[in-house]
Design a protein around this ligand. Structure first.
Ligand code: CP
Length: 330
């Protein structure tokens, strides 16, 4: 256990040791249990403020962070570029320096390709309060931690030998960032899972994420493989995580992206495919989900689906991270 996490940024799980991450998970389980039993913990971050700077839309992230701060006794302020001077060009340094004089942490969602994570690290360089990643173009570490917590609830904390499958799916509604699959392939090997990544050609992840995934798997003695066949990937899986992401090469070229996606409409989590996995396998998705394209209703609304547990665990794991990073009274 490492309780000396006061002031530490959470931009990627790669910057945290496994011991640090286990500490956050331990506290998340405790806070979830206290919440369920009605044990108040609004002393933990009393009178502390989290700024939540969103460059894009959100349902889960905004509401779980804001609700979490309320439950911990603090306050969260929702910011967007157009309601701050960021919209007039105020830079990360000036924004971070000023907010550091008022509050206790800054959360940022900035998913623009080749801009997002750079902005977070720039803000972290100048701010004297911790930065928490609410999703960028490279990583979505809070989502990955909530997913890991959910898997632990279903399979226990020893996950060695479990087969975790992250597969691309077709989703015509909008092009999603690569940050979720990347955060998953980097994190899950560190906790003992054998990771299978599947996608049609053209949907490769960023080399930096793949290098980290391979390095982490090697260090943990787990397997990491890439397949181009959804059926083969699903075979004997314990955890199925089929979701859409955009291509890295042409993310700004909307027409080309749409044409690429249309060539791969067969990449859907169907009930027949889910049967290829082990009987006890769980179906996961970070949401929002493109129903009928990414997944059949029979799967997402079926008994193997744990999507609402994942969404709930965003609340608990983020409360734990904030309590540790913001000097909570635990
Ligand atoms: N999974 C997730 O981050 O959801 P939102 O985009 O709604 O925050």
């Amino acid at each position: 256990m490492n309780t000396r996490l006061l002031g530490k940024d959470f931009i990627t799980t790669e910057d945290w040791s496994k011991e640090d991450l286990d500490t956050a998970l331990d506290l998340a389980f405790r806070l979830k249990s206290d919440f369920a039993m009605g044990i108040p913990h609004d002393h933990i971050l009393r009178a502390k403020t989290l700024y939540m700077l969103f460059f894009g839309e959100s349902t889960r992230t905004r509401n779980s962070f804001e609700t979490g701060m309320t439950q911990l006794g603090g306050h969260a302020i929702y910011l967007m570029p157009q309601v701050t001077q960021i919209g007039h060009g105020e830079n990360a340094k000036d924004t971070g320096m000023v907010l550091s004089r008022y509050g206790h942490a800054i959360g940022i969602r900035e998913c623009r390709t080749n801009i997002g994570q750079k902005y977070l690290y720039e803000m972290a360089h100048h701010a004297s309060i911790p930065i928490v990643n609410m999703q960028d173009d490279f990583d979505h570490p809070c989502q990955a931690m909530a997913d890991l917590m959910t898997i632990m609830e279903k399979f226990g904390r020893d996950l060695h030998g479990r087969k975790f499958v992250i597969s691309w799916t077709h989703a015509p509604k909008y092009v999603r960032p690569l940050s979720v699959p990347q955060s998953l392939v980097m994190l899950m090997p560190r906790f003992g899972m054998d990771v299978t990544l599947a996608y049609p050609p053209g949907y490769e992840l960023m080399p930096r994420a793949l290098e980290a995934a391979k390095r982490n798997a090697e260090a943990a003695g787990t397997k990491f493989e890439i397949l181009y066949d959804m059926n083969a990937a699903f075979q004997d899986a314990d955890i199925l995580y089929p979701k859409s992401w955009g291509p890295i090469t042409v993310t700004e070229e909307v027409k080309e992206v749409e044409e690429m996606a249309a060539r791969n409409t067969g990449w859907c989590a169907t009930a027949a495919r889910v049967k290829l996995a082990r009987k006890h396998a769980v179906y996961m998705h970070c949401m929002p989900v493109d129903r009928g394209h990414e997944v059949e209703d029979a799967v997402i609304d079926g008994p193997q689906s744990v999507i609402y547990d994942q969404a709930e665990n965003r609340l608990h794991v983020q409360k734990a991270l904030l309590a540790l990073m913001m000097g909570g009274r635990l």
